[in-house]
Each structure stands twice: as structure tokens, then as C-alpha cells.
Design a protein around this ligand. Structure first.
Ligand code: NAP
Length: 282
């Protein structure tokens, strides 16, 4: 029997040296943390966002830290721009890509019946079509690398309803299932596909979501067993683990990084006693 995948030397299993990655939406929040985590483990990373000035500031910071990161302006909800982005990545990395992180996502907070057709189209092209089409465009590059990995960024909203996030949640549920199908379809090309679903993480997106929802922050924290919001680097750590050779037998999974929010069940923020309901012998 030959050497099993992932059973190489410890240094190789926990390193991304020599690997290439594309992270969408790397100028802020979770995407920014993912870029830093990948680059810190030795990967060459390309990232994108829509705001050139912010992206350029990030690239300067990363250069100063000694990270190998390049970037380009791209709105991933637009197919022509997605094709241009993948052409850039292909020529930068000589037609091979090890890692694709479909990180971009956004919400428009409205009740179900207030959404316009335009809202639904913007949300679906940003949250779902971008990730689907970028994966298809990246497929030949991932296959050519002979060890490819895709990570989708979903949300607890994909399995738990939340105020003003019905279309976002439905888009993220579609992402969960897309990841499982791609894991199945592309396993033969040695491409692993996994999904990370965060709970509430301190980022500009979460800040926008909670503006104007009175008591929203306290409610979420009270329903989160770990009793706090997450940090971007707590999500990026899981994302990057899934891309490492050490994770070579993990594919088709949806992993919640949510402080326990999705398993809160009948969770009470304070310990309870049986005072009001004494146990009776059966
Ligand atoms: N934060 C949370 O609590 C939370 C919870 C669950 C899931 N998530 C998911 O985690 C992912 C990242 O969220 P985040 O909180 O880090 O968001 P964020 O703070 O709003 O950052 C989003 C990043 O993506 C870029 N971006 C947004 N739309 C884009 C587009 N159409 N094309 C290209 N770049 C775009 C942004 O830059 P520009 O605006 O300059 O383009 C920015 O760099 C999303 O998929 C989100 O749904 C977040």
C-alpha cells in the first residue's frame, strides 16, 4: 500500500507553502482574516473586493507583514467581472489553483413580503450565483493543481430563521447543498468541498445588521451557549484547517462556528434549579 493522502511529514500536513488561493471579499471582516491566515501558513493569495482604495490599503499592510497577497477590484455578483477575475488568477498562478474561498455575502434586512424582485435578484446573485459560478470557473484550475479545496461561507441563518434575513437564509441554505453536490461531483478530480457556517461574528456586516434592532445583540448572546459574539479569526482558523493537507479526508461537510448557537436547544443563559417544579417519583 502506498503512502496515504495526508500522512506525509508533520510539517507538510500543517503548511500551505507552495499553494495558491483565491479569497473573495478579503478587504474586511471574515475574508480579511482568511487572507491573513492562509498567507501566514505560506500560501500565495489573490483577493478581491469592490472598493479599490480599501483593497489597496490592505495590500500595503500585507506587504509590510511579508505576506504574498495580490488583489483586484471585482464585483462577484457580475459574470463578466467573475470571468475577468478568474483570468487574472489563472495567469498569476500559471493555470493552477489549490484553494477557492467563496466568502462574499450580504443581506438586505426586510420582512418577507417587503422584498422587491430587484432585492431578491441582488441577494441571490451576491450570495449564491457568485459562489456557484466562481466554483465552475475555477474548476479547471483546481483540477490542474491535483489537490484542490473549496470552502463556502454560509451562515447559521441557513438552518435557523432570523429576523429580516429570509432570502439571505434561503441563499445560504442553497450554498450548503451546493457544497455537498460539488463534493460528490468533483471528488474524482481530487477537489474537496466544505462549508463553514458562522454564527454572529464581529464584522462590519454584523454591525449593519444589528443597527436599529433594539435588544438584538442581547437576545443573540443570551441564545449562544458561549455567551458572546465570535471573532473573524475564530472562523478563519476553521476555514484554513479545511484547506490544509491535514484535512485530506474531509469533504462534503457543513461546519458551524457559532459558539453553540445551533445546538442551544432549551438553553437558559443562567443555571436553573428545580425549585418551581420539584421532581416527582414516577
Ligand atoms: N459577520 C457575521 O456575523 C456573519 C455571520 C454568518 C455568516 N457570515 C458570512 O460571512 C461572509 C463574510 O461576511 P462579513 O461579515 O465578513 O462581511 P463584511 O464585513 O461586509 O465584509 C465583506 C467583504 O466582502 C466584500 N464584498 C461585499 N460584496 C462584494 C461583492 N459583490 N463583490 C466583491 N466583494 C464584495 C467587501 O468589500 P466591498 O464592500 O468593498 O466590496 C468586504 O471585503 C459572508 O458570506 C456572510 O454572509 C457573516
Amino acid at each position: 500500500m502506498g503512502e496515504a493522502e495526508g500522512s506525509g511529514s508533520k510539517d507538510k500536513r500543517w503548511s500551505l507553502h507552495g499553494m495558491t488561493a483565491l479569497v473573495t471579499g478579503g478587504s474586511k471582516g471574515i475574508g480579511h482574516a482568511i487572507v491573513e491566515e492562509l498567507a501566514g501558513l505560506g500560501a500565495s493569495v489573490h483577493t478581491c473586493s469592490r472598493t479599490e482604495s480599501e483593497l489597496n490599503n490592505c495590500l500595503l499592510e500585507w506587504k509590510a507583514k511579508g505576506f504574498q497577497v495580490t488583489g483586484s477590484v471585482c464585483d462577484v455578483s457580475n459574470q463578466a467581472q467573475r470571468e475577468k477575475l478568474m483570468n487574472t488568477v489563472s495567469s498569476e498562478f500559471n493555470g493552477k489553483l489549490n484553494i477557492l474561498i467563496n466568502n462574499v455575502g450580504n443581506n438586505i434586512g426586510k420582512t418577507v413580503s417587503d422584498y422587491t424582485a430587484e432585492d431578491v435578484s441582488v441577494l441571490t446573485s451576491t450570495n449564491f450565483e457568485s459562489a456557484y459560478n466562481l466554483s465552475v470557473l475555477a474548476h479547471p484550475l483546481l483540477k490542474a493543481s491535483t489537490a484542490g479545496s473549496i470552502v463556502f461561507i454560509s451562515s447559521v441563518g441557513s438552518v435557523m430563521p432570523a429576523n429580516s434575513a429570509s432570502i439571505y437564509g434561503a441563499n445560504k441554505a442553497a450554498i450548503n447543498q451546493l457544497g455537498r453536490y460539488l463534493a460528490y461531483d468533483w471528488a474524482g478530480d481530487n477537489i474537496r468541498v466544505n462549508t463553514v457556517a458562522p454564527g454572529v461574528i464581529k464584522t462590519p456586516l454584523a454591525q449593519r445588521f444589528f443597527e436599529g434592532i433594539e435588544g438584538g445583540i442581547e437576545t443573540i448572546i443570551s441564545r449562544t451557549p458561549l455567551g458572546r459574539f465570535g471573532k473573524p479569526e475564530e472562523v478563519s482558523a476553521m476555514v484554513v484547517f479545511l484547506c490544509l493537507p491535514a484535512a485530506s479526508y474531509v469533504t462534503g461537510q457543513i461546519i458551524f462556528v457559532d459558539g453553540g448557537t445551533t445546538v442551544n436547544g432549551l438553553f437558559f443563559p443562567e443555571p436553573i434549579t428545580n425549585k418551581g417544579c420539584p421532581p416527582k417519583p414516577i
